[in-house]
Design a protein around this ligand. Structure first.
Ligand code: AMP
Length: 765
């Protein structure tokens, strides 16, 4: 006999959808006496419950879909006591090979008669947790999805991060010991991934699709699910509530981690009705909090606050716990293992940063000593490495203080998008962003010309570089804002408007050999041996090896003229390895923003003050500055400023300007209402100000109408230098001077044509 899946479930009595709505997201209790009582009462009171209670075992034929719950046998005792049921019987399901362990099922809450830990009571957060004894699925060797859902549930209710990590580590440790082949899916499910991040396999199923599946499985109507979701703000909770309040005629086979993970992967790959069907098929088997987390996984937001670094730490702690399972009675790892945990965490994170793939890492940690991990999980083209990053510096002097007598090199710091370009042995090219996202589809033009820069036959490589927008006619770099207008996905090579050039600055892997432990001088040598420049396509970062402070300063200025952000200063020989994933002190960035790039300072009028907060309470914490437009005889705002003041300065300014507060802005103050200060001042004081550069602004009004019809000019990174007692307000920097300063900036000068003539103009600032 074939039965439709809906016949497996019957909603609890005939509770109407319009049942009183909770005021706020309720906490779902799963193991308390309250819940048990509530469920017993509900079932006993339900007239339909009595009708359904048949004394004989009842068997239902399997449904058509292979994913749907299979034959279910339900036993009821004769005295209308809570139902006593065997777990679902399914020959193909290992779950059901479980010995005749008698479980008393009261609604969805179950307690094993032999007093052993069971699904609904599973709590890996408890202090007495023992990874073996408390792994209630130990006899079956297949991890129930409910164990993970329970873990998520307790983590969600935990406040401290350390406790969250410890809880997760307890669960991982149990899986390592009891059902190790479930560790990979457990790890992926914990960070809501289906594959390595760089493969870009994403779930993100539309909420309406999920709502429809929930309606179909629970018999609720869509409007109700929608209104509940709006009220509670979490479809996962709504799904769980709908399942909890649903009376189940037959208990479907319990879900296990492996199947859920496999089905989630399938769901990610299909679309349309079959996607909805598959969601439904899994959802009907969800028990208690499984429903919440299954739905949240599909939405793409697990809401348990575990990100990659916490997950890696939890895995490392689990490994240490596993290694000492004999020594520690409970889950608490003794103080003595703190160093081991720190070392294991470091080794794991290091390996992960060069091989970000749990399908490779997890089997390796299960099989080999953690000290071998890096060697067992080598870097390989096609897998992005976490890039090395640089530390900021405030000026050339700081660079020399740091590097002392070491050989250094300065490279122009290009303002574009970081690109790690990989070529594997099959000649397949992949391009990864700074965050290891796969950007390959964004740059088909680069891939098409990737052979051009090979100097000799090369089998495989990984280069580190910056992609910048390139003006083909003028043969020069364009600002980052131009690059950001480029399409991200499904780029058709014929339709590309923004051309790019790759500036290569490092070589990390060549012909099967990792170079990250070699010094930069050697990596550079190999780079030059194997690759060549092609103008406007592939270029080496402009570099200067020097230890002369004046030359560095001059090179910095040249880089700014060349439309770059400043310099990257790097060690060449000593302490010069490529430090994966580190913000290293061996790379220092010297950005024009940190130094006074605009040679001339500006003299500006203080027209408003913002009350200070925190340390600055009681004085003004920031001020509104304006230039003077002699033609229109008005003060036009140019920036807000809060930097460059000592506490004493702020005290002095507050006292002085406090005497010149006016009740509203003067009619000749030109400003945007979003800038309204706490107090307006008479235009009585002029300040000398330095800044990094000037840019067009939609809110400031300085020089409006001179450079641009609608936008004014504003200062970036303004710094207070001193009070100009020798100047009165009308002698402040004039709007025309501001416009002139803006236009004489290298970046603006070089791109004048582009800035005014391309349709991309609006994207620039
Ligand atoms: P920041 O984003 O300010 O931390 O600066 C570091 C970024 O500068 C890197 O992630 C690269 O994207 C970029 N960059 C540009 N030119 C270079 C270069 N020559 N060496 C290293 N990084 C560079």
């Amino acid at each position: 006999m074939q039965k439709s899946i809906t016949s497996f479930f019957k909603r609890k009595s005939d509770v109407p959808d319009e049942s009183p709505e909770p005021k706020k997201a309720p906490k779902i209790k799963t193991e308390t006496e309250d819940t048990k009582k509530l469920l017993i009462k509900t079932e006993d009171e339900s007239p339909k419950a009595k009708i359904k209670a048949k004394p004989e075992p009842m068997t239902v034929d399997p449904p058509e879909s292979p994913d749907a719950p299979k034959s279910v046998k339900v036993e009821k005792d004769t005295e209308n006591k809570p139902a006593a049921a065997n777990d679902a019987k399914n020959e193909s399901d290992t779950e059901n090979k479980e010995a005749d362990r008698k479980v008393t099922t009261i609604g969805l809450v179950s307690t094993s008669k032999d007093g052993k830990e069971d699904a609904e009571n599973y709590d890996p957060s408890k202090d007495s947790y023992h990874p073996l004894k408390n792994a209630y699925w130990a006899s079956k060797k297949v991890t129930p999805y409910l164990a993970l859902a329970r873990t998520f549930q307790v983590i969600e209710e935990t406040k401290g991060r350390l406790k969250m990590i410890d809880t997760l580590s307890n669960y991982f440790c149990s899986v390592m010991l009891v059902s190790p082949s479930d560790l990979v899916p457990s790890v992926y499910l914990s960070i809501n991934q289906l594959a390595p991040a760089y493969e870009g396999l994403e779930l993100g199923v539309a909420e309406t699709t999920l709502m429809k599946a929930i309606c179909k499985a629970t018999g609720r109507n869509l409007a109700h699910i929608k209104s509940q979701t709006q009220l509670i703000g979490d479809l996962g909770i709504v799904a769980e509530q709908s399942r909890v309040s649903q009376r189940m005629m037959f208990q479907p086979a319990p879900l296990n981690i492996r199947d859920v993970f496999r089905k989630l992967r399938e769901i990610a790959k299909i679309s349309g009705q079959s996607k909805m069907d598959l969601v439904y098929n899994v959802f009907v088997s969800c028990r208690s909090s499984e429903a919440r987390f299954f739905i949240r996984s599909l939405i793409g937001k697990l809401r348990i606050g575990i990100a990659e670094q916490s997950l890696l730490t939890a895995l490392a702690i689990a490994l240490v716990k596993k290694n000492h399972i004999g020594d520690c009675k409970a889950s608490k790892v003794p103080e003595a293992y703190k160093d081991e945990i720190a070392e294991t965490t470091l080794l794991l994170k290091t390996a992960y940063s060069q091989c970000p793939n749990y399908d490779i890492i997890i089997p390796a940690i299960l099989e080999y000593d953690i000290k071998e991990l890096q060697e067992r999980c080598p870097m390989h083209p096609g897998m992005p490495l976490r890039p090395m990053l640089a530390q900021p510096t405030k000026g050339v002097h700081e660079v020399f203080e740091r590097f002392g007598g070491m050989h250094i090199t300065c490279e122009w710091k290009y303002d574009g998008e970081r690109a790690q370009i990989h070529c594997n042995e099959k000649g397949e090219i992949s391009i990864f962003s700074r965050n290891s996202e796969n950007n390959t589809a964004k740059y088909p033009d680069l891939i098409a010309r990737s052979k051009n820069f090979l100097k000799c036959p090369v089998e495989s490589y990984i280069i580190d570089s910056e992609i910048v927008a390139w003006d083909v006619e003028r043969k020069q770099i364009l600002p980052f804002q131009v690059l950001s207008t480029r399409k991200r996905k499904n780029v058709d090579i014929e339709e590309i408007k923004v051309q790019v050039c790759v500036y290569i600055f490092d070589l990390l892997y060549i012909n099967g050999t990792a170079l990250v432990t070699k010094p930069l001088s050697e990596r550079r040598k190999l780079l030059n041996e194997h690759f060549q420049e092609v103008e406007g396509e592939w270029q080496f970062a402009t570099a200067l090896n020097t230890n002369d402070i004046d030359e560095v300063q001059q090179f910095l200025e040249e880089s700014v003229k060349g439309n770059c952000e400043g310099l990257m200063v790097k060690t060449l020989d000593q302490e010069a390895t490529y430090e994966i994933a580190k913000r290293s002190r061996n790379w220092l960035k010297l950005k024009k923003d940190y130094i006074s790039n605009v040679g001339d300072s500006l003299d500006l009028v203080v027209i408003g003050g913002y009350k200070g907060k925190g340390k600055r309470t009681g004085t003004y914490g920031g001020f509104l500055l304006a230039c003077y437009d002699t033609e229109n005889e008005e003060y036009q705002t140019i920036c807000k400023i809060g930097t460059g003041f000592t506490d004493e300065d702020l005290q002095t300014h507050s006292e002085f300007l406090g005497k010149h507060v006016i009740s509203s802005a003067k009619s000749y103050y030109r400003y945007d209402s979003s800038l309204e200060p706490d107090h307006w001042f008479e235009p009585v004081q002029v300040w000398e100000i330095k800044c990094a550069d000037l840019s067009l602004s939609p809110i400031h009004r300085a020089a409006i109408g001179i450079v641009d019809g609608e936008r004014g000019i504003s200062l970036r990174f303004p710094r207070f230098i001193r009070i100009r007692d020798d100047k009165n307000s009308e002698n402040a920097t004039d709007a025309n001077q501001v416009a002139h300063m803006y236009q004489s900036q290298d970046l603006v000068k070089n791109n004048q044509k582009t800035l005014t003539q391309t349709d991309l103009e609006d994207e620039f600032y």
